[in-house]
Ligand binder design. Structure first.
Ligand SMILES: Cc1cc2nc3c(=O)[nH]c(=O)nc-3n(C[C@H](O)[C@H](O)[C@H](O)COP(=O)(O)O)c2cc1C
Length: 173
């Protein structure tokens, strides 16, 4: 196995998760920003830890472009999102990521998602909206925004590492 992490990140959450996975698994050889991928170099890697963020319930645009450019790889999908991972948005993003991976003749080998910090500026903007607006932050939504500020945390990263190791069948050592 030859494995690389390829990540896309706008505000740093997915970078943090991706970096944690890379640092936590010594068998992963490369850590590559999605904008810097050299597809010739990537030919040598059979396994990709594909790290993306949720944009409107699917894979973010840069990650989407990347995943549509590879085939014949083993791919583990690791994503971050603003919503709770076990909600509708999390379910949809996982389904969409898996579909994109498999559509391009890659083998889906596992997945992990966790919350990522929502910018407080965004939270404040939504708090100022009228109560009738569909994006207005009620108490429950505000709680989720505030909780998101702690993620990805060390527990998220540890859980991701465990799942990636399992997928790479490195968990016995
Ligand atoms: C344009 C845009 C669309 C987003 N859409 C969603 C969404 O549909 N569901 C969700 O849970 N989070 C959504 N988010 C939040 C991001 O997925 C989340 O903050 C993520 O952790 C950002 O990762 P990054 O810090 O690596 O850029 C969106 C963020 C942006 C900027």
């Amino acid at each position: 196995m030859k494995c690389a992490v390829v990540y896309s990140s706008l505000t740093g959450n997915t970078y943090k998760l991706a970096r944690g996975i890379y640092k936590g698994i010594k068998e992963i050889e490369r850590f590559i920003n999605v904008d810097d991928v050299d597809f010739d170099e990537l030919k040598a890697y059979d396994t990709i830890i594909f790290c993306y963020w949720n944009a409107r319930n699917t894979v973010d645009p840069d990650a989407m472009k990347f995943i549509n450019s590879i085939s014949g790889k083993n791919v583990f999908a690791a994503g971050t999102l603003g919503a709770y991972p076990d909600g509708k948005s999390g379910t949809m993003m996982k389904e969409n990521a898996r579909k994109l991976i498999e559509e391009n003749n890659n083998t889906f080998i596992g997945e992990f998602i966790c919350q990522g910090r929502i910018d407080p500026v965004k939270t404040e903007r939504r708090q100022r909206m009228s109560k009738e607006h569909s994006h207005y932050l009620n108490e429950e939504r505000l709680k989720r925004h505030i909780e998101s500020r702690n993620h990805p945390d060390l527990n998220d990263i540890a859980a991701a590492i465990e799942l990636v190791k399992k997928a790479l069948t490195l968990d016995e050592d």
